[in-house]
Design a binder for this molecule. Structure first.
Ligand SMILES: CCCCCCCCCCCCCC(=O)SCCNC(=O)CCNC(=O)[C@H](O)C(C)(C)COP(=O)(O)OP(=O)(O)OC[C@H]1O[C@@H](n2cnc3c(N)ncnc32)[C@H](O)[C@@H]1OP(=O)(O)O
Length: 191
């Protein structure tokens, strides 16, 4: 397991990237400011490109003790309580995940659940599995910028098949989304 304690600066870098994604998404800057910001981002790419590593050495997604696992793709779950069978926590979808009219982009929700349910499917010594399907029911809009409650648990395991379910509730306590994922354990040598 890669240690977040040894990569504090990298964890903070990914946090800064998430903040940049939210800020860029919500900004309508004058052209000279947009150019300056773009030059800053290009400088980041120049600085980091020589340190590109293989997938096995990659930090993003693998610093598993950190909220969001130091990976800027999926929305971050802040875990309040967890076991190998369940997880409970909070989620605030930033401006980056806005779809329209204050509602989260429909694609951001399965992205979130693939990560949360997938990690749970693999937890408890169950080993690596892959998403076979992810069924998402949108019951009510999921608002951006508000604290949402998340719950997920392993529903059942049938041989290689792991069924994991999850929900999101808004600050009023209303269900906005429920999801079910099927994760199939990989056979030896299966990519
Ligand atoms: C940034 C990175 C960080 C990484 C950190 C790690 C944490 C990651 C956390 C995130 C995690 C993210 C993870 C990702 O995002 S993984 C990326 C997204 N997923 C994929 O790319 C998966 C592609 N598909 C496959 O590889 C295969 O199809 C799999 C492996 C899924 C099954 O093919 P396989 O040949 O192995 O098995 P099988 O076909 O004999 O089927 C076995 C059983 O399953 C049943 N079945 C199969 N499919 C379906 C279906 N669609 N609906 C209903 N049932 C289905 C089937 O009927 C059978 O049941 P039964 O007849 O035995 O009863």
């Amino acid at each position: 397991m890669k240690s977040a304690a040894e990569h504090r600066e990298f964890v903070d870098l990914v946090e800064a990237l998430r903040a940049a994604q939210d800020t860029i998404t919500g900004a309508s800057p004058p052209e000279d400011v947009a150019r300056k910001a773009r030059e800053g981002l290009e400088e980041v790419t120049r600085l980091l490109a020589p340190f590109t590593v293989s997938e096995a050495e990659q930090l993003a997604g693998y610093l598993i003790t950190e909220p969001g696992h130091a990976q800027a793709l999926a929305p971050v779950l802040h875990v309040d309580e967890s076991s190998t069978e369940h997880v409970r926590g909070r989620l605030v979808l930033g401006r980056y995940y806005l779809g329209g009219n204050g509602a989260a982009h429909g694609g951001s929700i399965p992205l979130f659940f693939d990560d949360v349910l997938g990690r749970l499917a693999n937890d408890g010594g169950r080993g690596t599995s892959r998403t076979a399907y992810l069924h998402v029911n949108y019951r009510k809009i999921t608002p951006v910028g508000q604290e949402l409650r998340v719950e997920a648990h392993v529903d059942r395991v049938e041989g290689r098949k792991r069924f994991v379910v999850g929900t999101i509730h808004d600050p009023e306590g209303d269900l906005t989304v429920d999801a079910e994922g099927l994760f199939v354990a990989l056979r030896p040598g299966q990519p």
